[in-house]
Design a protein around this ligand. Structure first.
Ligand code: PLP
Length: 388
């Protein structure tokens, strides 16, 4: 696997060596239960508190108690939406967008099936939101719970969260944002933006898979989704996953130290990659708003070729990327994000997402730029739709 080029960091990231090192003692020496009254539990409890402080610091939360540890970003999203809707009572109006992650769309569809009014807002051809539409929906009279993401995992397009939050708050609603792709990549300061609930996932910022967090602004009412224990102040029952929580804390601490440097590094590599692909691959087009975009992501469609075929051929030459389309039960379903953006048919099935991390190098980009144009040429030769 040594020669593998990994450019799929929005799917998951490598665990940072510093994170693994911080976690190890919590498997070997400090395996106590943080709720235990004895010394053995006390040490672990202090590590848990320290990790909570680090997560709070990464997003500028005023009180560490505003952080609830969860098992993943998906749990954080479900907890935020279902918990806020339940706590609000009286069938609030739910507002979301067509380009959210499945872990937001899933609970929203569930609520719709239960008879809630759910407005799923469109985006334009660049994946941008219409703030006026959000205003209309949030002023429509009913109490609202809105779940509108910060940055899109497929295209990297960033939504104007401060403006979205202001509009939702104007209407008296509760605002949740899925910040899974933002936390650790860009500065987040919940003191300055009107969000009530914000989701984080460990494995997108060099902590392991299976740990997440939900920021809950003080005073926000939330019904627990896992009941039966006093942990997390009664908001999420279950003995805490201490090694992973320590790992998430360490990853947040590292992100705070290296975020600016990492973002500049990733942006430079991403821009080199993108410019190189556009210059050398026929029929290539970038999807989404390139002005408001994560520094590490580019989503590129290749006209008249299948994304899955590109991916498999890239994989054969040691390059791991991702496609916007999901191959579900034998049928090729184009990405719901690209469909929401009305990406033309000829480009819809041929999208590839390249997402970088602090560990990518110029040599990785050279490798992709050397191998990808050959693959695209070969696939275009085989395509019945290509005329040139
Ligand atoms: N939200 C977004 C935007 C994501 O990209 C992901 C993961 O791909 C999730 C939520 C789910 O996070 P997790 O894998 O930790 O459940």
């Amino acid at each position: 696997m040594n020669s593998t080029v990994y450019v799929d960091n929005n799917a998951t990231t490598a665990v940072a060596p510093e994170v693994t090192e911080a976690m190890l003692p919590y498997f070997t020496e400090h395996w106590g239960n943080p709720s235990s009254m004895h010394t053995f539990g006390g040490h672990v409890k202090r590590a848990l508190d320290a990790a909570r402080e680090k997560v709070a610091a990464l997003i500028g939360a005023e009180h560490p108690s505003e952080i609830i540890f969860t098992s993943c970003g998906s749990e954080s999203n479900n907890m935020a939406i279902l918990g806020a809707v339940d706590a609000m009572g009286g069938h609030p109006h739910v507002i979301t967008t067509r380009v959210e992650h499945a872990a937001v769309l899933g609970p929203c569809h569930y609520l719709e099936d239960k008879g809630f009014r759910v407005s799923t807002l469109d985006v334009d051809e660049k994946g941008r939101l219409d703030i006026e539409r959000i205003r209309e929906e949030s002023m429509a009279g009913k109490k609202t719970v809105a779940s509108i993401m910060w940055a899109n995992n497929e295209t990297g397009v960033i939504f104007p969260v401060p403006e979205v939050g202001a509009v939702i708050k104007e209407g008296g609603g509760i605002y949740h944002t899925d910040a899974v792709q933002v936390a650790g990549k860009l500065p987040v300061n919940v003191k300055e933006i009107p969000v009530d609930l914000l989701s984080i996932s460990g494995h997108k910022l060099h902590a392991p898979k299976g740990i997440g967090a939900l920021y809950v602004r003080r005073g926000t009412k939330l019904t627990p989704q896992i009941m039966g224990g006093h942990q997390e102040r009664g908001r999420r029952a279950g003995t805490e996953n201490t090694p992973y929580i320590v790992g998430l804390g360490k990853a947040c601490e590292l992100a705070m130290q290296t975020m600016d440097k990492d973002a500049a590094h990733e942006r430079r590599l991403r821009d080199r990659l993108e410019a190189g692909i556009l210059a050398t691959c026929k029929g290539a087009r970038v999807n989404g708003d390139t002005e408001h975009r994560l520094p590490n992501t580019t989503n590129i469609s290749f006209e008249y070729v299948e994304g899955e075929a590109i991916l498999l051929m890239l994989d054969d030459v040691g390059i791991c990327a991702s496609t916007g389309s999901a191959c579900a039960s034998g049928s090729l379903e184009p990405s719901h994000v690209l469909r929401a953006m009305d990406v033309p048919r000829a480009l819809l099935h041929g999208s590839i997402r390249f997402s970088l991390s602090r560990y990518n190098t110029d040599a990785d980009i050279d490798d992709v730029l050397e191998k990808l144009p050959v693959i695209i040429d070969r696939l275009r030769e085989l395509s019945p739709f290509v005329k040139d």
